[in-house]
Design a binder for this molecule. Structure first.
Ligand SMILES: C[S@@+](CC[C@H](N)C(=O)[O-])C[C@H]1O[C@@H](n2cnc3c(N)ncnc32)[C@H](O)[C@@H]1O
Length: 253
């Protein structure tokens, strides 16, 4: 995890691929008139601004509406799930939570990383995402994977219960992030870490720029929640990774 920090992703001149959040700022959400009407897709008509006023408010009510976007075959090329999971420094037997897991894109990767003695839980505010993840775990025989619905301001994890918490393309949706970070910290085991992956300001996809959070700002929010943050080096073309360790921990390095 302790590689050379790189604060800005290289190579902004990448093909405009579909995003883990939304392809374009103006795109209507797939399939849902409610999405399109209330939110203009992920990014069109939301309220609040991360660069000043609050989280990106957007709903992902119907899982099947998002499968093509979240699970498209082209995503692996820019999401680089193996690299993300490597940055998490997961050991067999660990307990890992995927916060804002959506359709569960990361679940098979996390399942493999923790192995049969470990456990992975996908958390999401959307009941239908939880339904989809549960069915997916069964369909893909991910015996160590479960899914659970959580409230928007609480990860619903027991104190000291998990080794890693992955937050991909979701941190910018979280309200009152310093307070939320403190809740994540409480859920970590002593050597645990939160791993936030989100879009750089130069990314060709993702939320509109006013909702992108700089990695230094994520680090500050994690620090405010009692975590010890580090922007880690990676080769993701559109995203950064910030790792927040329990400040009293000596491991997860
Ligand atoms: C852009 S999707 C990312 C899904 C997944 N992490 C991925 O990379 O494919 C954001 C997800 O976060 C969920 N979400 C939004 N706010 C949340 C919150 N406060 N707590 C938990 N999940 C949340 C949404 O319902 C949605 O499924």
């Amino acid at each position: 995890m302790h590689r050379r920090p790189r604060l800005v992703a290289p190579g902004a001149a990448l093909a405009a691929l579909l995003t883990g959040c939304s392809a374009t700022p103006d795109a209507a959400a797939p399939g849902s008139g409610e999405h399109a009407g209330h939110h203009g897709g992920h990014d069109g008509h939301h309220g609040g601004h991360d660069n000043g006023a609050g989280p990106l408010v957007h709903r992902f009510e119907r899982a099947e509406d998002w499968v093509a976007e979240f699970e498209g075959p082209e995503r692996d090329a820019w999401q680089k799930p193996a690299e993300v999971v490597a940055a998490m420094r997961i050991a067999p037997g660990m307990r890992v939570a995927d916060l804002g897991a959506g359709t569960g894109y990361f679940l098979p990767h996390l399942s493999r990383a923790v192995g049969p003695t470990g456990a992975v839980v996908g958390l999401d505010i959307e009941r239908d995402m939880v339904r989809y993840m549960t069915e997916r775990a069964s369909r893909e025989r991910l015996a160590n994977v479960t899914a659970r619905q959580v409230g928007p301001a609480d990860p619903g994890l027991d104190p000291g219960s998990v080794d890693r918490i992955l937050v991909v393309n979701t941190w910018h949706h979280i309200p009152d992030r310093p307070a939320y970070a403190a809740k994540l910290r409480a859920a970590l085991r002593p050597d645990g870490a939160v791993v936030v992956v989100d879009f750089t300001d130069t990314a060709r996809h993702g939320p509109p720029k006013e909702h992108r959070i700089a990695p230094e700002a994520v680090a500050a929010e994690l620090r405010a929640g009692g975590l010890s943050p580090e922007v880690v080096a990676e080769d993701l073309p559109d995203q950064y990774i910030v790792v927040g360790r329990r400040a009293d921990a000596g491991a997860a390095r």
